[in-house]
Design a protein around this ligand. Structure first.
Ligand SMILES: Cc1ncc(COP(=O)(O)O)c(C=O)c1O
Length: 369
């Protein structure tokens, strides 16, 4: 008799449950300052809390497929209607849905690195092959390389995923490069998780009207500040969205997140306040640390900042450990470009950002061992 292990699809062999150690740690010890997961430091607005309470009372009812919230999202984005919008349990689930529709085992997803880890995770689960095209590290900047992305295309390429602005580098790719990649006809997912911080004019959503292969993903986890609620969405041509939506798990978005998301989307003042605060704090941190010799700061249009302390002889992992001793959680980054100095922080509250600046200054003023 075969063992149960032999019945699993072979490509999930060796893949473990996704666990963010820093999140586990932060929930276990609420005293720690959470500056590691690109969350929003503000709690949900009164309007959102009201919706959570109101629809909590209706939690005995099944949700619909989000017609009202999808209509609102379409309107905000200048699209025809709910048929242009697919909603998910966070944009991570949206990525999963998209990849399932396009990818067979052995086929390829192209990502532009360094980038968010979910493309790799969902590609691996489906037995796909991940192709990582590195950005160019030049003049203390990490630059998009759209030609290299296009050169990486093979007959097996099924999806190209690019975040704009990119996480962790914080920069936008220029609009012409989006057109160039869209012209290949390959499903091209533009991950706009942080686009609200840069403003609606930075969005590539209008491309979906010309290019059926372009899909935009968004989330309420970042500028809207609802990471724990799990709500994300995809925008695209209605025929494409319809094919993708056919694969959705029924009731994939719960009643509470759906209606809380609607309240957040309507709370334009709450969004404006969060964006203004974030962007002025980015400026504060970047200016406060600009004079540290050997510290490269990657100017960010998101709610996080990437640093490279290699030229100061510092390791990112040591910075993260040093901050942890002071009660602050930063995010380590794997070594890249033969450099070990990378680390990232997320914008916290006003007090946390000032604390973070002091911690970084202290670490960089201590001689390396
Ligand atoms: C670029 C990018 N896309 C998507 C996400 C995932 O967001 P969600 O909470 O909607 O799954 C993140 C989260 O950090 C991200 O950095």
């Amino acid at each position: 008799m075969k063992k149960v292990q032999d019945y699993f699809v072979p490509w999930i062999e060796g893949i473990n449950m996704y666990i963010s150690n820093h999140l586990e740690l932060a929930w276990r010890d609420p005293g720690l300052h959470r500056m590691m997961s690109n969350e929003n430091p503000y709690e949900p607005s009164a309007r959102v809390l009201e919706a959570i309470n109101e629809y909590g009372k209706k939690a005995n009812r099944y949700p619909d497929q989000g017609l009202i919230v999808r209509s609102e999202i379409a309107e905000i984005n200048g699209l025809d209607g709910p048929e242009n919008v697919m909603i998910g349990n966070g944009s991570s689930e949206v990525f999963d849905m998209l990849f399932r529709c396009f990818l067979e085992p052995g086929q390829e997803v192209i990502q532009h690195t360094p980038c968010f880890g979910i493309y790799k995770l969902r590609c691996n689960i489906l037995g796909g092959k991940l192709i990582s095209v590195p950005m160019i590290y030049e003049d203390r900047q990490l630059l998009f390389d759209p030609d290299a992305v296009i050169d990486a295309i093979t007959e097996n390429t099924k999806v190209i995923a690019i975040a704009n602005p990119n996480n962790p580098t914080g920069n936008f790719m220029d609009p012409e490069s989006f057109v160039k990649i869209a012209e290949t006809g390959i499903p091209f997912v533009v991950d706009e998780a942080y686009v609200e911080f840069g403003g609606p004019e930075k969005s590539q959503v209008s491309l979906t009207k010309t290019y059926k292969n372009v899909l935009i993903t968004r989330t309420l986890s970042k500028a809207y500040g609802l990471a724990g609620l799990r709500f994300g969405y995809a925008l695209g041509d209605k025929d494409v969205i319809s094919r993708l939506s056919a694969t959705l798990i029924p009731w994939n978005v719960g009643t509470i997140p759906m209606w809380a998301a609607l309240a957040a989307l309507k709370d334009t003042e709450g969004l404006r306040k969060r964006i203004e605060f974030n962007n002025s704090e980015i400026e504060f941190i970047e200016e406060s640390l600009a004079e540290i010799p050997g510290l490269t700061i990657f100017h960010s249009h998101g709610n996080y900042i990437l640093f490279d302390g290699s030229d100061a002889g510092k390791k990112g992992a040591d910075m993260v450990n040093f901050a942890l001793e002071k009660g602050v959680l930063f995010r380590p980054q794997a070594p890249m470009y033969d450099r070990e100095g990378f680390f990232r922080l997320t914008i916290g509250s006003k007090e946390e950002n000032r604390l973070a600046v002091e911690v970084i200054k202290e670490f960089f003023s201590t001689p390396s061992t």
